[in-house]
Design a binder for this molecule. Structure first.
Ligand code: CU
Length: 387
């Protein structure tokens, strides 16, 4: 495919929105019935060519980090087409670029999914989307749920971080805001990626493009809001996986070229951890190494030996995030928005991320990084829940 206009590339957010949903709709069986104004979203984060078709890079030389233009396999060991991460420059919500939706001055429940290839978003509600970062928020997100259901309690968050595949169930309260007001959902996250230790800072996404997501326009109320304020909600307690009987150590690794100097990555790999604490990278085709017994609860310690953040997704289970611990440092608790059940966890570079799950369904499954370019180039492994 000829690339005509590689300058437009999509980052995707899926959003479901419903007003007045925080009363009866807080029962999970009502989830599917409360999704209104749900616009169709295309799958995957790619790009636009000049004719409107989707763009995806066809060469490694597109990769922002090294622009490696060859030589490739068979002259070296670097794949010619794989891009370790592909980032878009168009923000898309439910299939529309930088859309707008009307809201009444009342509470809304939003269900968010970061459907980007690789982009970690830090979402925020602000008055001026092009203001220099950091921008003070005008409204908080009241997060009530994560990937696998409710949090123990609604938590007010000035910003909401979402890595690819992570979901957040939030309430935004537009009550009292004058009709005609515009409020912007912005992305204060990095552009294109953090790529280094947390706290070290990053370049925020461009306020003119990837730093904006969508706009809410407040209109006159059409009826009373009978929903419960989020701070008064009582949420059903998330189920707990219980005490674990097995602890497994698994790893996230980078495989750099053996022949091209400069640390040119040729694959990102999952694996186990050696007795000496180093990573043991494994290929997709290598024998299964994780075999939980059906019905058992296990803790998995994910050792991230790479320089990147990886959203790690384990199929078939919902897990509890136990903690994160920098190599050689003290462990810290999960973030407030991570206190419900999850199936995707952001593994920080240079840290051990601990999760705990009950493996209740026998069968052959996978676990993988949810950065698309990682999962499709060795950062995915089978695992088996043994009957
Ligand atoms: Cu990854």
């Amino acid at each position: 495919m000829e690339v005509l206009c590689p300058s437009l590339r999509i980052n995707e957010l899926w959003l479901c929105i419903r007003h007045g949903a925080c009363t009866s709709a807080l029962r999970s069986r009502h989830f599917s019935s409360i999704l209104i104004a749900r616009l169709r979203a295309s799958s995957g984060a790619t790009s636009f060519n000049r004719d409107g078709s989707l763009f995806y890079p066809t060469s490694r030389d597109f990769f922002f980090d090294d622009r490696f233009a060859g030589p490739y396999i068979p002259h070296t060991d670097v794949p010619p087409m794989w891009n370790p991460e592909t980032f878009g420059n168009v923000m898309v919500v439910n299939g529309q670029s930088w859309p707008e939706t009307e809201v009444e001055p009342r509470r809304y429940r939003l269900r968010l999914l970061n459907a980007s290839n690789a982009r970690i978003m830090i979402l925020e509600l602000v008055a001026n989307p092009t203001a220099a970062r950091p921008v003070p928020p005008v409204l908080p997100f009241w997060q009530i749920g994560a990937d696998g259901g409710f949090l123990p309690a609604a938590v007010p968050l000035p910003v909401l971080a979402l890595a690819p595949a992570e979901r957040a169930d939030v309430i935004v309260d537009f009550t009292g805001i004058r009709p005609g007001t515009e409020i912007y959902l912005i992305n204060a996250g990095p552009d294109p990626e953090p790529n280094h230790a947390p706290g070290a800072g990053f370049t925020p996404a461009d306020p003119a493009t990837t730093g904006q997501v969508m706009r809410f326009r407040v209109v006159a109320p059409r009826g009373p809001d009978t929903s419960v304020p989020p701070e008064q909600l009582t949420l059903p307690a998330p189920p707990k996986p219980g005490p674990h009987t097995v602890t497994r150590t698994v790893s996230l690794n980078e495989d750099d070229s053996a022949v091209v100097p400069g640390g040119i990555m040729r694959a990102a790999m999952l694996g186990t951890v050696n007795a000496d604490g180093t990573g043991n990278p494994l290929m997709w085709r290598d024998p299964v190494t994780e075999t939980p017994a059906a019905g058992s609860t296990e803790a998995w310690e994910i050792h991230n030996f790479t320089e990147d953040f990886h959203p790690v997704h384990i199929h078939a289970v919902q897990f509890e995030i136990v903690n994160r611990q920098p190599f050689g440092g003290p462990a810290g608790p999960p973030f407030p928005g991570e206190t419900g059940l999850k199936d995707t966890v952001l593994a920080f570079p240079g840290q051990i991320t601990r999760v705990k799950a009950r493996f209740d369904r026998p069968g052959l499954f996978v676990w993988h990084c949810h950065i698309i370019e990682h999962e499709d180039n060795e950062m995915m492994r089978p695992y088996r829940i043994v009957p």
